[in-house]
Ligand binder design. Structure first.
Ligand SMILES: NC(=O)C1=CN([C@@H]2O[C@H](COP(=O)(O)OP(=O)(O)OC[C@H]3O[C@@H](n4cnc5c(N)ncnc54)[C@H](O)[C@@H]3O)[C@@H](O)[C@H]2O)C=CC1
Ligand SMILES: O=C(O)CCC(=O)C(=O)O
Length: 630
């Protein structure tokens, strides 16, 4: 960085998260009955001055007149403000120590509390330009030094004129008076600092909006604690993902766009261009065509279990890691399945409709208990196995069939073939994933093989059952009922019309893909997936990614982490290490894992390395993606 740069930094709501005078009022008015009213008045006066709506001098005089504060209150204020230094300022102590002589705190606040706070980050009192209080003999604040240029209107501009700084001048602040220094031609650029407060009028005037000090340092290519400012990470959330996900990403400092609907291929291809993280549920198809447009995509969150809607291989080949929530909604699906089994065995859908139509049908005909009935589960994974435990506890005799060898829980019976399961059980419940091989897993032949009077549940994926064949089986009476939650074609939004060949059939429950749609499940999913993605972005850890080699990494400490994602080919690790060798890189730790498509090598290196290494690693043949983390 060139030495002839000067940084003018505001104090209130920029260096600290709060306005100093407001915090002082909070302390001084503690336990006073009129506290709320006075605080509101002070806040209004601060805001008016910040927005440029009243003169600074007028605002200051009126605020101080409202403030019954003394030196003891100031002591408490200093302790409070020292704890409220802006997060990104605290995160970047090197900036302050390295440029302490070029950083000027220019504030309309008061030196009495500003100096002890900025000294915390290594700045010295001589570079603090601010007002000073006047006190009476008892130490009560009586006013301010009226000769101080900063207590006058346009004080910051006048001060900067006096300072006559040589070289480039950059102003960072949240208020209109900060902008005025640039407007007066005294600064090269004004950066609106929005980490603590975002004022439209000020942002509108800014050369650059900087949501954190990281962004400012990144733009100026200066030493910083974070390799990449978080505000540059754009997240697109689709399909009404639970609000917790948005909150978690926001707290991390990302930019979020959240939509309640799914997008079709063309819409998603357009939207995804500058997106770093995409969050979807089961409706948005993430195809190779869409991925081609994704220039910045790092990670995808499937805020559900199924990932059949995502081209996982294409994602891996693009260096995009996909995470889902394999357990968070399993209980919800199981509870719905149990409920539907009871409803269907009691013939409730038909009876309920009759009541709605005004027909009283008190009869035990076609109504059965679930106790002692044989439940057959196809797919004994997380959901299937959980269903078996609950069902067994309710007195059902449970059987399952899975293509993979699975340990039976409790007294469950494993079937050797699908046919054996279908011909044995009274209730069949599908819990397989939606891969192409499972299309029409239950077609005409399988449905005809089911016991007469049995019922079918599908809460897995729509394509798994041939619905025309199911309609026939219901009409013929071979099946006595069905509960269907998932369909080969589902509406993208709640506004779209739903149609199915099963509409209007007796003893059939149709639900709009809500097996996992409970408040508990959606909240769990949002937290689980959002945190997995943040961990991946921050540390490279790919634990439980569904398409990446899984690597759990230690916390990065005082090192830089180089993440290299490449096509899995022999010899590439040796080539990577040979680059490190040529540049005398001190390796603190190295982790490697591969899957069929890609290799993922993580190397933690000493911070002092030659930048040429980065370029060499990026241009290594077979490189898919390269990131540096610190
Ligand atoms: N309706 C809804 O809202 C929800 C639906 N789901 C669906 O449920 C599916 C299952 O979820 P989990 O149990 O968590 O998945 P899982 O992966 O733990 O279990 C799936 C099981 O099915 C088995 N399987 C696959 N194909 C099979 C076949 N042809 N025959 C027999 N077994 C087969 C697998 O070996 C595995 O054991 C998800 O993939 C998803 O599509 C999941 C959550 C909510
Ligand atoms: O709730 C959703 O959007 C999808 C639920 C689901 O099918 C899944 O988790 O796989």
């Amino acid at each position: 960085m060139a030495e002839n740069k000067n940084f003018i930094i505001d104090f209130d709501s920029t260096f600290t998260k709060v306005e100093g005078l407001e915090a002082l009022a909070e302390i001084a008015l503690h336990n006073k009955p009129n506290k709320k009213k006075i605080l509101e008045k002070i806040e209004t006066l601060t805001e008016k001055a910040m927005q440029g709506d009243i003169s600074f001098r007028e605002s200051l005089e009126k605020r101080l007149a409202l403030l019954p504060a003394n030196k003891d209150h100031l002591k408490l204020l200093i302790v409070r403000l020292q704890k409220q230094i802006s997060t990104s300022f605290n995160r970047n102590p090197t900036f302050f120590t390295q440029y302490k002589n070029s950083i000027y705190i220019v504030s309309s606040g008061f030196k009495d509390f500003i100096i002890p706070v900025v000294e915390r980050l290594g700045l010295s009192a001589k570079n603090v330009y601010a007002n000073t209080f006047t006190y009476d003999k008892e130490g009560n604040i009586t006013g301010f030094d009226e000769d101080n240029i900063l207590s006058t209107n346009n004080g910051k501009v006048k001060l900067l004129q006096q300072l006559d700084l040589q070289g480039d001048v950059y102003v960072v602040g949240d208020g209109y008076t900060d902008y005025e220094m640039k407007a007066a031609g005294l600064a090269n650029k004004f950066y609106a600092f929005t980490e603590n407060v975002a004022r439209e009028k000020v942002m509108h005037k800014a050369d650059h909006i900087t949501p954190s000090l990281d962004e400012f340092l990144y733009v100026h290519q200066m030493n910083r604690t974070l390799s990449y400012p978080k505000n540059r990470i754009k997240v697109l959330l689709l399909e009404n993902i639970h609000a917790d996900a948005k909150k978690i990403f926001e707290e991390e400092g990302y930019q979020i766009e959240s939509l309640s609907t799914a997008l079709d291929e063309a819409e998603l291809a357009e939207k995804i261009k500058d997106v770093s993280i995409l969050g979807i549920r089961s409706k948005s198809l993430l195809t190779e065509k869409v991925l081609k447009q994704a220039k910045r995509l790092i990670g995808v969150g499937a805020f559900c279990i199924g990932t059949n809607q995502i081209d996982l291989e294409a994602c891996a080949k693009k260096g995009v890691s996909v995470f889902n929530a394999p357990f968070s909604n399993t209980r919800s699906v199981v509870e719905l399945a149990i409920g539907e089994i009871i409803f269907l065995l009691r013939n409730l859908p038909t009876k309920m409709q009759a009541m709605q139509d005004g027909n009283w049908q008190k009869s035990a005909q076609n109504s059965y208990e679930i106790r002692g009935k044989k439940l057959g589960i196809i797919g004994y994974g997380n959901i299937g196995a959980q269903l078996s435990v609950l069902a067994e506890n309710m007195g059902l005799d449970v059987y399952y069939y899975d293509i993979v060898d699975k340990l039976p829980l409790g007294n469950v019976t494993k079937c050797k073939s699908l046919k054996q399961l279908l011909t044995t059980c009274d209730i069949i419940s599908l819990h397989v994933e939606g891969k192409t091989e499972n299309k029409n897993l239950l077609g005409e032949e399988e449905l005809n093989a089911m016991k007469k009077g049995s019922i079918l549940l599908n809460l897995s994926r729509g394509e798994v059952v041939d619905l025309n064949a199911l309609k026939k089986a219901l009409e013929s009476g071979n099946l006595a009922g069905a509960g269907i939650d998932v369909f080969p074609e589902e509406p993208k939004t709640n506004q779209e019309k739903f149609t199915s060949v099963l509409q209007g059939m007796p003893n059939v429950i149709l639900t709009p893909h809500i097996g996992g749609s409970t408040i508990e499940a959606q909240e769990n999913i949002a937290n689980f997936v959002a945190n997995k993605i943040i961990k991946y972005v921050n540390t490279g850890s790919s634990t439980s990614s569904v398409n990446f080699p899984n690597l759990q990494l230690p916390q990065l400490q005082d090192a830089h982490r180089l993440l290299h994602i490449h096509y899995n080919r022999p010899g590439i690790l040796a080539e990577i290490n040979s680059i490190f060798g040529q540049h005398n890189i001190n390796i603190d730790g190295q982790y490697l894992k591969t899957n069929q498509q890609i290799g993922y090598v993580i190397t933690d290196v000493n911070k002092a390395y030659d930048e040429a290494v980065v370029n060499k690693l990026k241009s290594l043949e077979g490189t898919i993606k390269f990131r540096v983390l610190y």
